[in-house]
Design a protein around this ligand. Structure first.
Ligand code: XMP
Length: 521
């Protein structure tokens, strides 16, 4: 989807773990930006993208090593404002005639930066240093030892004499620290000052996005038919309502009941879409198919692959049943789309194969409509509100396509899925009753592949153990466990053990992401 009517900023990714945060900080200032991996960026691709400014991200390489990544040299002659962060700063120095050395004392963590010389009142520092030095987050091994011609130091810290450097004439700025992370509290302001100076007006609003997305869906689809897989989650629901607004009843939604849904989920989704929105909806009960094929499977990737394939089979069947749909709509989000940078030249590591990413098998004769592929999760929620979806729906916790299957580590059996569904319902009821639902990004139960001994009344039990999971997060990329009170945990464990046959032990998962992931598989 093109967004030519917005001012655009290009982020060249050199592989930092936090590159996505640059995009997030900019979008909070209503600036449209895209992240492109350095090895896909050429002078021509920059011209084609037509950015108003460019940011060079951090990265794990060292510019002092042979064959380490660079920006296209021509970038610096295009008259575009450029901001280099950490490795991006070093790339700028190296390519513009400065010097970078390794082997110096590496610096990680908190530092304080002060304006140098009489640069305190430079526009890049508008609103900064009002209460003294600014806290910043450093993370680097190499450092600049000689600046490129035209640059001067405008900010320093005790261990980083080149903390902020600038060639104001060319609107080139570079920092040794990371302004994009939360640990640099006023970093977003620094980036905003840069984009203000580059002439951005902050024209990336949800209202504008909605109108443009609708026009683009109409153009892409013409008078063809579209089917949209509804999962009950926020993403596919927002995609469906948006597409319906664009093309009306050319859209048919397909809600596939995989037998891996939460308790009551299927009825809720059907009621919402068929009854409230009058969107044509097929309720495909495919639970026998899914549970049959998954029965006895225990490998996480095999489970995901089986589910992905079955979804495609079911969509294909229904594409035919609506009289030949040419398009399949999905709620794919931006974090799923961003290509990760791989320094080995090999493929980047697949942590989990999400079922809605990676295109469709060749044999499938449908094209994809993915109107959310430029958005982060919280932006999808904002778009949902813009489209008039009720808050209770927009604020729903994410629910993964493979559903309860990836919350049942070890062998999947119908019995375990049934027990899990019941335990999950009690847990969610507890969270709602205690008014915690909106404070939590996502919560669920995982049933563990172990049985443990317990005692109930006078009898011995030998039942499954389960784990409760609840995390806080902004976009699912990183997460912290939710700090429930002991009272809440105790009450919930009691309820689950008493109300759910088949579970006699409850644990609470306190792993953050990283190093864990949110789901168990
Ligand atoms: P992880 O477990 O990778 O999950 O930390 C991050 C977020 O993504 C959701 N998730 C999925 N969503 N299809 C989806 O639509 C999938 O295959 C899938 N796997 C994980 C997960 O629930 C969490 O919100």
């Amino acid at each position: 989807m093109s967004t030519q009517t917005h001012d655009r900023l290009l982020i060249i990714d050199f592989g930092s773990q936090v590159t996505q945060l640059i995009a997030r900080r900019l979008r909070e200032s209503n600036i449209y930006c895209e992240i492109h991996p350095f090895n896909k960026v050429t002078a021509d691709s920059i011209r084609e993208f037509a950015p108003k400014a460019v940011i060079l991200s951090g990265g794990p390489a060292s510019v002092t090593e042979p064959d380490s990544p660079r920006a296209p040299q021509e970038l610096f002659e295009m008259g575009l404002p450029v901001f280099g962060i950490c490795y991006g700063q070093q790339v700028m120095m190296e390519q513009l005639g400065g010097k970078v050395e390794s082997g110096h004392h590496a610096e990680f963590g908190r530092a304080f930066v002060e304006p140098a010389g009489n640069h305190e009142n430079d526009p890049i520092f508008a609103g900064l240093f009002e209460n003294g030095p600014e806290e910043v987050w450093m993370s680097h091994g190499d450092r600049v030892t000689k600046m490129a011609p035209g640059f001067e130091i405008i900010g320093t810290s005790p261990n980083a004499p080149y903390a902020i450097i600038a060639d104001a004439k060319r609107k080139f700025y570079a920092t040794q620290f990371h302004p994009e992370v939360h640990h640099t509290p006023n970093g977003a302001r620094l980036l905003k000052n840069f984009t203000d100076m580059a002439g951005f007006t902050g024209d990336w609003t949800m209202g504008a996005y909605k109108e443009q997305a609708i026009a683009e869906i109409r153009e892409q689809v013409g008078d063809a038919k579209v089917i949209c897989g509804l999962s009950g989650g926020v993403d596919s629901s927002v995609a469906a309502v948006l597409i319906h607004e664009a093309i009306g009843d050319q859209l048919t939604c397909v809600f596939v009941d995989t037998g891996l849904m939460r308790k009551g989920e299927a009825d809720e989704v059907v009621a919402m879409f068929r009854d409230n929105y009058n969107i044509p909806l097929i309720h495909a009960d495919e639970s026998e198919l899914f549970l049959g094929e998954l029965d006895g499977q225990s490998d996480p990737e095999t489970k995901r692959k089986i589910i992905g394939k079955l979804f495609i089979d079911v969509f294909e069947k229904h594409a035919k049943s609506v009289g030949g749909a040419k398009f399949l709509a999905q709620g794919t989000l931006y974090p799923d789309v961003i290509e990760s940078v791989s320094f080995s030249g090999g493929p980047s590591v697949t942590i989990k194969s999400h079922h809605n990413v990676g295109g469709l098998p060749e044999r499938m004769d449908m094209q994809l409509v993915e109107p959310l592929r430029e958005l982060f999760k919280d932006e999808v929620r904002a778009l949902g509100r813009e489209l008039g979806l009720p808050d209770s729906f927009v604020g729903r916790h994410p629910f993964p396509g493979p559903g309860l299957a990836i919350r049942c580590p070890g062998e999947i059996t119908r019995q375990k899925i049934d027990i899990l569904r019941e335990a999950d319902a009690v847990y969610m009821d507890q969270i709602r009753k205690h008014g915690l639902y909106d404070e939590i990004w996502q919560a669920f139960v995982a049933i563990l592949p172990v049985r443990t001994v317990g005692v109930m009344g006078d009898g011995r039990t030998y039942d499954f153990a389960c784990a409760l999971r609840a995390v806080t997060s902004v976009d699912g990329m990183t997460a912290d466990y939710y700090p429930f009170s002991h009272e809440f945990l105790g009450e919930t464990a009691n309820r689950i053990i008493n109300e759910v046959e088949g579970i006699n032990r409850v644990t609470y998962d306190i792993t953050s992401k990283p190093p864990g992931t949110i789901e168990w598989e």
